[in-house]
Design a protein around this ligand. Structure first.
Ligand code: ATP
Ligand code: MG
Length: 423
């Protein structure tokens, strides 16, 4: 026998047993964005490599080692998108959606990063994200956070997630802080590991994010970003905190929170959970006021977030928040004999058109009554409609109940219609 071909490592199939959970999560997302009046944007999965180098930053985990980059047949360097924001900004600039305009956008779809696969971390994964352009007021930051809180509520997850918040200041403040931080790190070269040393000049804030306990220990005395923030940044942040208080959204300020992408300024945040082990960040985002200009557009403030759908689905599963036993079929249609089979097919079709909310499965593989009833049972349908020669002659149908203790009964087609209305 030929060897079977496996999926690419770190890229998952979503099997029929899991798809109802995915659909539940995706529906909650759609309901949430609709409740806030956001519009969907869809962009290609493949973009020019330059787009991600210029936006995410050359010295970030993503660009340094996680991108799926290849030359196409023309020799152009292309990359499977590792995230959505750069793509949305590219599209917004290209189609003139951002200059001097407000946009409230959302997207959902696959992203690709060559990471070490583990629970909650895959090479193809899915993100839902929102992006608000053209509003620098802290009300926009507050709204995207309220929207994420609303989503947790829709999913019944509120008590399983918590919000961490920080402000990174503007570029000028960050540059000042960078210098102070580099000067501090230079005094501790003996403790820094290779990665921290490599990053300390290119992206020193990322050193704050280290998992190395020795480095963490010296960082306790490192200069604080909050000491370098100016009046406007501080006001923006306290306005946001005030709005969250007003909305009853709890948060903790985590001064170590810096995020892995270069383009953030001012607000950054993460919603984290304890129910997934190591990959605890479910949703992350912040403000990126410089990105539109950095990618060639006229400057426009922006704020948004991205959520990992696999992590969300894992949470729904772990916490058993969704009833996945729900069946995909309400009515199973059986027929005995060739003529009855064909007629039942046409009747099933007109029933689908009359009762568009019902899920009607027609038996298509012949066999005797016993075989057909076995399939009906496996389908998890509530009732079986049975057509034999007698029924067809009398324009009637026999109804059998699979989940209720009721006797079978033969009825006219108009009686059936009434029964299906109430199913
Ligand atoms: P992490 O710290 O977990 O690597 P990140 O900082 O790389 O996350 P972002 O780029 O901000 O994450 O992406 C936002 C969200 O997308 C994450 O919080 C997570 O839920 C999800 N995500 C990111 N990378 C992966 C992945 N490889 N597999 C599954 N989900 C992912
Ligand atoms: Mg990552």
């Amino acid at each position: 026998m030929a060897k079977t071909i496996q999926a690419v490592r770190g890229m998952n199939d979503c099997l029929p047993t899991q798809s109802s959970l995915w659909q539940f999560a995706e529906q909650a997302v759609r309901n949430t964005v609709a409740a806030y009046g956001y519009s969907e944007i869809r962009t290609p999965i493949v973009e020019s490599t330059d787009l991600f180098k210029r936006s995410i930053g050359e010295v970030t985990d993503i660009v340094e080692k996680e991108m799926y980059t290849f030359d196409d047949r023309n020799g152009d360097s292309l990359t499977l998108r590792p995230e959505g924001t750069a793509c949305v900004v590219r599209a917004g600039n290209q189609h003139g959606l951002l200059y001097n305009q407000e946009q409230r956008l959302w997207y959902m779809g696959p992203m690709f990063r060559h990471e070490r696969p583990q629970k909650g971390r895959y090479r193809q994964f899915h993100q839902f994200g929102v992006e608000v352009y053209g509003i620098s007021d802290a009300h926009a930051d507050a709204e995207v956070l309220m929207m994420s809180a609303y989503l947790w509520k829709q999913l019944g997850m509120t008590e399983h997630v918590r919000l961490e918040l920080n402000t990174l200041g503007d570029n000028h403040e960050r540059a000042e802080y960078r210098d102070a931080l580099i000067a501090f790190l230079e005094q501790h070269l003996d403790v820094l590991d290779e990665e921290s040393k490599r990053r300390m000049y290119s992206n020193p804030l990322r050193v704050l994010d280290t998992k190395n306990p020795d480095v963490q220990a010296i960082l306790v005395n490192a200069p604080k970003l909050s000491d370098h923030l100016g009046e406007e940044t501080t006001q923006h942040f306290s306005k946001l905190c005030e709005l969250l208080d007003l909305a009853g959204i709890q948060y903790t300020v985590n001064e170590r929170l810096v995020r892995g992408l270069d383009y953030y300024n001012r607000t950054v945040f993460e919603w984290v959970t304890d129910s997934l082990g190591a990959q605890g960040t479910v949703l992350a985002g912040g403000r990126y006021d410089g990105l539109v200009e950095q990618l060639g557009g006229k400057a426009s403030p922006a704020v948004g977030f991205a959520m990992g759908i696999e992590r969300l689905v894992l949470m729904l599963e772990t916490l058993e928040l969704v009833d996945t036993s729900l069946s995909a079929v309400d009515v199973y249609v059986c027929a005995l004999g060739d003529n009855a089979q064909s007629q039942a097919m046409i009747i099933s079709q007109s029933l689908r058109e009359q009762h568009s909310d019902l899920r009607i499965m027609k038996h298509n593989s012949g066999g005797n009554f016993k075989k057909q009833m076995k399939k009906a049972d496996q389908s998890s349908a509530k009732i079986v409609l049975l057509f034999g020669d007698d029924e067809l002659e009398n324009d009637s149908v026999t109804v059998k109940y699979l989940r209720e203790d009721k006797p079978q009964s033969t009825m006219t087609m108009s009686e059936l219609s009434t029964l299906l209305e109430e199913l």
